[in-house]
Design a binder for this molecule. Sequence first.
Ligand SMILES: [Zn+2]
Length: 267
Amino acid sequence: MLTMLKALLITPILAASFVTLAANIQVQPVSQHLHILTEQDYGTNIGLFKTAKGLVLVDPMPGKTNLARLFKTVSEIHHKPVTHILNTHNHEDHSGGNAYFMARGAQLVEGDAKLAGVTRVMVKSHTSTDNVFYHKPSNTIFVGDVFDTSWHPTFYAGGVQGFKDAIEIILQVGDEQSLIVPGHGALSDKTSLREFRTNTLQWVETVRVFRQKGYSVEKIMAENESKKIVARFNVQGKVPFLPDTAYKRFVERTIQVIERERSEGTE
Ligand SMILES: [Zn+2]
């Protein structure tokens, strides 16, 4: 059943299966156990599921002005208040709604969740503490911004090694049918996560080689090989994909990671 749902979810038909309960918050019913809520313009994937201890929200941030709308959407789905909040990492676009829900009775669960059906693994890639949550009843893995299907990879805290370790650990969670919820972008699966890893490592290698040849940031940006790899991260076919400022920063931050790892001798 989940496989069928998942197949539907990751195809373009998805758009048609969205149910809009409140303006701009899209609700994807993944299974009887799980909904993914996403504010159209804000884009963070918010998980909503029920446990024996209550109603759980993962990364409840649809933008500061949309919190009341998120609250209302949750009430319309479950007719119950949110009791627990989980954050994949401590960045505003994921944790920015904590206070709003805590003021309304929810509790932020840090450390090990102790929620039946939920397990946590810690990795270091996007930030120094990235929480990966596995929700067993829906066979879903919340990976935060370790994996993003709407943007280029951002592995700046953990570097190449942290990124590789994180992906390897995520691949060991659940099974081949597990649904993967990236921090932003379309819901995904392990096959796409492996492709993301391949593309990311190829990106780093390409930048490394260009750097060794003495290329400037601008020259690296202009190379066809660089553009070709970056385009592979655009799995949703967005036009345009990366603004030039973001592309430039991606090259610069990749160079920083490469130089940091070289100086640490972990290359
Ligand atoms: Zn994010």
